[in-house]
Design a protein. Structure first.
Length: 575
């Protein structure tokens, strides 16, 4: 095997894998600030012949409307009685920033505000039906003035022609609403209606823009996870008359996801329904996920038809999603957290770190303890690798002499080198094994730190107050002594953020490199000397928790490698 090509290929591969996330994706996480909508907030008509005609048009929504308060353990907000919209949700466990007086995170927002985002339920008459159904201008009556975890609220409206529409809402101690849509027919004729539900976002949010993080329209239909970002929803809707994706069947869930937050409709898992992902161009970009029953409900005279469902509106806590998945028999609800392609590895890593956090009380220390266990699991492989590298280092003079003697005959030189390695039972590729094994663990841990809300605003020690964002210190302004932010400079600015922990990581990588046998090729040796510098700058824009993991992992590797080298019973005279 050609050692030069092997090591060079691995170095380039690592640079591409890690550099892609740093240099091609946005370098710093951005706060999700949405553009202000100035146009009147209206709901446009849906295509003719579409039974899911949830197009409830009307004038701009007034600011002051009658409301039912929501007062639950983890949620505050209100329900608009104008149009029966769940449109005001504040998550009282989370603040926008680390400042103690920072505003609580607001998930849903009324149509009268700048960033309309809401959940709504209603009915559409079947073909040929003339029954009057509630719309955006309907003012509902509430059975109570406050919705709590102990007190459900029922909204009702009578159409004046024998039909009474009801929406009963309840909330648990977390983020799950239980909803029952009912129609009471006190008339003399049967009525056919399609119940529907929808989540609507009447603006396009500014997403983080990371390749490893999905934000947009999201859900499970037909047992398959479906994700569609805002741009794809817009382009897809243009081709399919407003609908970017649709699927019919029983089961599943769908909604709109952000990095840490989710608003998702959970229909009755036994009732066949059609789910649609839509983009609506109406004086701005509007995005909608909706469900419509496949068959209309027939309400006979004197009868009541009821359809139950749920809506999740809150933080994507892993254990909470697991609990809802089991309790409601939801397919893949835990994948509302974007664990990615390495799901089979990423989620167990999260469980392990979360368990250790429960014992230790600090996610940074939990990551470090997890690293120790991970090193123990791969100890046999690392032991073999480091022993082989120790032998390689002792073989260095012989390899150098051989290359010098046969420098004019590369083919013979390669043959004799392979013969030497075979005679000494040395595998020149063994030094790459720990790095190759570490790559999937690295990316899985990256996902855990970057996408799980449990890591959001999780402190370590000293200046690291949030493991999920970059180290806030910067050597290029002397750690804040110079009142200047070099990252704002054009072109070079994104590369001028280098905190203390990335520097520590670079030092540990350099020390580890010093213990390895130097490549016999001078060009390759010079290239490898620059690797710690390259990785230091690359890691400067990764979450601090990941850099701490990498630094600690390097430190453990240095100690492990040093011990193995001391215990390797080899002598230059025996080689």
């Amino acid at each position: 095997m050609d050692q030069k090509r092997l090591f060079l290929a691995i170095a380039v591969s690592l640079a591409i894998l890690l550099g892609y996330q740093t240099f091609l994706a946005p370098l710093m996480p951005k706060a999700p600030v949405a553009p202000v909508q100035t146009a009147a907030q209206t709901t446009p008509a849906t295509p003719a012949g579409n039974a899911a005609a949830m197009a409830l048009s009307g004038p701009a929504v007034p600011k002051n409307v009658p409301r039912v308060k929501i007062d639950a353990p983890r949620v505050r907000g209100s329900i608009s009685l104008l149009g029966a919209r769940l449109d005001d949700i504040v998550l009282t466990d989370y603040r926008e920033t680390l400042q103690p007086n920072s505003p609580f995170v607001r998930l849903l927002e009324p149509r009268s505000d700048n960033h309309p985002y809401y959940v709504q339920y209603g009915w559409t008459p079947a073909t040929g039906e003339t029954a009057k159904v509630p719309d955006n201008e309907t003012v509902w009556t509430a059975s109570a003035d406050t919705l709590t975890a102990q007190t459900p609220v029922t909204l009702s409206w009578n159409n004046g022609a024998g039909l009474t529409f009801k929406i009963e809402m309840a909330i648990d101690n977390d983020y799950l609403f239980t909803v029952k849509q009912s129609v009471v027919n006190a008339g003399a004729q049967p009525v056919k209606l399609f119940p529907w539900s929808r989540i609507r976002r009447d603006y396009k949010p500014e997403v983080a823009g990371y390749y490893v993080l999905f934000e947009g329209l999201y859900g499970v239909a037909g047992g398959t996870l479906k994700e569609m970002n805002y741009d794809d929803a817009k382009s897809g809707s243009e081709k399919k008359n407003g609908i970017a994706f649709d699927s019919t069947g029983a089961g599943g869930w769908a909604g709109i996801t952000d990095k840490y937050w989710l608003a998702a409709l959970i229909p009755d898992q036994t009732v066949p329904q059609t789910v649609n992902f839509r983009h609506i161009d109406d004086h701005g970009d509007r995005y909608q996920v909706d469900y419509l029953t496949q068959e209309p409900e027939t309400i006979a005279p004197g009868a009541t038809a009821t359809l139950g469902s749920h809506v999740f509106a809150g933080a994507k806590l892993v254990h909470l999603l697991d609990r809802y998945q089991d309790a409601l028999n939801l397919p893949h609800f835990d994948k509302a957290v974007d664990f990615g392609w390495f799901y089979f590895l990423t989620k167990p890593i999260f469980y392990a770190i979360d368990f250790l956090y429960g014992l230790i009380g600090n996610f940074g220390l939990a990551i470090m303890v997890f690293t120790v266990f991970a090193k123990a699991v791969f100890f046999p492989l690392a032991n073999y690798s480091y022993r082989s590298m120790s032998k390689m280092k002792l073989l260095g003079p012989k390899v150098t002499a051989l290359r010098e003697r046969l420098k004019d005959d590369p083919q013979k030189m390669q043959q004799e080198m392979m013969g030497l390695y075979k005679a000494e039972k040395v595998n020149p590729a063994s030094g790459c094994l720990p790095m190759l094994v570490q790559i999937p663990v690295f990316f899985s841990l990256y996902k855990v730190i970057f996408v799980t809300i449990e890591m959001r605003q999780a402190p370590f020690f000293g200046w690291i107050h949030d493991l999920s964002v970059v180290d806030p210190t910067n050597i290029f302004n002397l750690f804040g002594l110079i009142p200047f932010d070099p990252t704002v400079l054009p072109l070079v600015g994104p590369f001028l953020h280098l905190g203390v922990w990335p520097v520590i990581m670079g030092i540990t990588m350099f020390c580890q490199q010093m213990l390895n046998p130097p490549p016999p090729d001078p060009v390759q040796a010079r290239l490898f000397k620059f690797m710690p510098i390259l990785f230091t700058f690359m890691m400067g824009n990764f979450p601090a928790g990941l850099v701490i993991y990498w630094s600690w992992n390097n430190t453990l590797s240095i100690g492990q490698q040093w011990l193995i080298m001391r215990r390797t019973h080899l002598d230059k005279t025996k080689v």
